[in-house]
Design a protein around this ligand. Structure first.
Ligand code: GDP
Length: 418
């Protein structure tokens, strides 16, 4: 897409709720950091000059410097995370690629994802891969070979491969959305490990179903476990491969209402994660493959319907866009709450604690100053007393000398007369 179009669509995106909140909280924490540093310098100087603060207090102030720096680091890395689940070949990778508008994740027969793949934005136009437990950046030239190799390599199914893709290539990556693709829920016995390692910090879950069949026990079981571990997870359900329904137009509507009812029941009655109204906004009928093809055509400057697979393209394309819009609203609101609520109350408590410590020090300084003033007053009084005494003594001495001189003079004149 031309850069300007990306900007336009992006600025209206609900993801901006998160983007703006992230900027704001980072700015506020920048100010808190300045305040903490300035205060600590002041406190250290106070200790050096007058020993009004003790060592323990100084250490406490310094600990705030580290605390604030650590929170700032976490805040700068905060993102919105969406995780995709479903049976193998339902189209999880295709949905992610369609949203990214590019074929980034390998998909199709022979490309079964047998470990977790995370796609996130990279800075500076770089594209590379990183395997779990290694800092090595594997060049993008090898992305396809590596993707193939991942299928053959005996990687633990709950391990993670991170794919870094240039932010400027996709507005979702630029706005800090991180995508996680999972191995099929049908292949794993370690659902607990999966959830503990990859799901606890996910803001949104997308269940990708195959619209040509019904939801399986494995798919349901996975989300039962998720909703036991997380309170009210945000779950979207995509009935993918809906293009296939074009072959049987006579039963399209009945199949659709049957799937819709089952999906809504699953969210409301079984998982109890949403009410009826919310649930109707969480179920979609799409074709990921077709959407991806349409977007690739669009990027070439062609009309999107050139990517159509079957009759009814426009409806499916709209539905995919509708899903993206609702998804963006949900993920940004959820991420703001889960990621920033805690940090903003931490920030409040840090500045509150420091304020009361400073109030306490100020009180001590006032007492100290009054004490000094009293000492000064006492000293002044004492000096004044000494001065009076001295004057008295001087006066007496003067009298004595005067008398002595008079006496001597008298004696001398008497002697002279004699
Ligand atoms: P995953 O294993 O769930 O990640 O599934 P993939 O995304 O790898 O898709 C498996 C195969 O189904 C690939 O050949 C895709 O091109 C194909 N596929 C995915 N989505 C659709 C769709 O909406 N319609 C059709 N006709 N094929 C699809």
């Amino acid at each position: 897409l031309p850069e300007t179009r990306l900007y336009q669509s992006n600025d209206k995106s609900p993801l901006q709720i998160f983007v703006r909140a992230k900027k704001k909280i980072n700015d506020i924490y920048g100010e808190i950091e300045e305040y903490v540093l300035e205060t600590t310098t002041f406190i250290n100087a106070l200790h050096a000059e007058a020993e009004i603060v003790d060592k323990a207090e100084r250490e406490l102030f310094e600990s705030y410097v580290y605390k604030v720096a650590a929170i700032r680091e976490v805040l700068q890395r905060d993102h919105m995370k969406v995780a995709f689940f479903g049976r193998t070949s339902n189209g999880k990778s295709s949905v992610i690629n369609a949203m990214l508008r590019e074929k980034i994740l390998p998909s199709g027969i022979g490309h079964t994802t047998n470990c977790f793949c995370q796609v996130e934005g990279s800075n500076g136009g770089e594209a590379y891969l990183m395997k779990e437990g290694s800092d090595e950046k594997l060049n993008v030239v090898n992305i396809k070979q590596l993707a193939n190799a991942l299928c053959q390599e005996k990687l633990c199914e709950s391990s993670l491969v991170r794919i870094f893709w240039p932010r400027e290539r996709c507005s979702l990556l630029r706005d800090d959305v991180v995508f996680v693709d999972s191995p099929g829920v049908d292949v794993s016995a370690n659902l607990d490990d999966w959830i503990d390692n990859h799901c606890l910090n996910a803001d949104v879950f997308v269940l990708v179903l195959n619209a040509e069949s019904t939801m399986t026990r494995a798919e349901k079981q996975f989300f039962h476990t998720v909703s036991q571990k997380l309170s009210k997870p945000n779950i979207f359900i995509l009935n993918n491969r809906w293009d296939a329904s074009a072959n049987e137009p006579e039963c399209q509507e009945s199949v659709k209402s049957q799937h819709t009812e089952r999906c809504i029941d699953f969210l409301t009655k079984e998982l109890k994660v949403s009410n009826e109204k919310e649930a109707t906004e969480r179920v979609f009928f799409v074709s990921a493959r077709e959407t991806l093809q349409a977007r690739i055509e669009e990027a070439k400057g062609n009309p999107p319907h050139m990517g159509a697979i079957a009759e009814g393209f426009q409806m499916r394309y709209f539905e995919f866009q509708d899903f993206e819009r609702k998804f963006e609203e949900c993920i940004s609101q959820s991420a703001v709450k889960t990621k920033f609520q805690q940090h903003s109350s931490r920030g409040k408590s840090v500045s509150g604690d420091m304020r009361s410590m400073l109030d306490n020090i100020y009180e001590r300084i006032t007492i100290f100053r009054n004490l000094k003033q009293d000492q000064k007053n006492m000293l002044t009084e004492r000096i004044q007393g000494t001065e009076t005494q001295m004057m008295q003594v001087t006066r007496e001495m003067k009298m004595k000398i005067h008398n002595m001189v008079e006496e001597v003079e008298e004696k001398v004149s008497k002697a002279l007369n004699e």
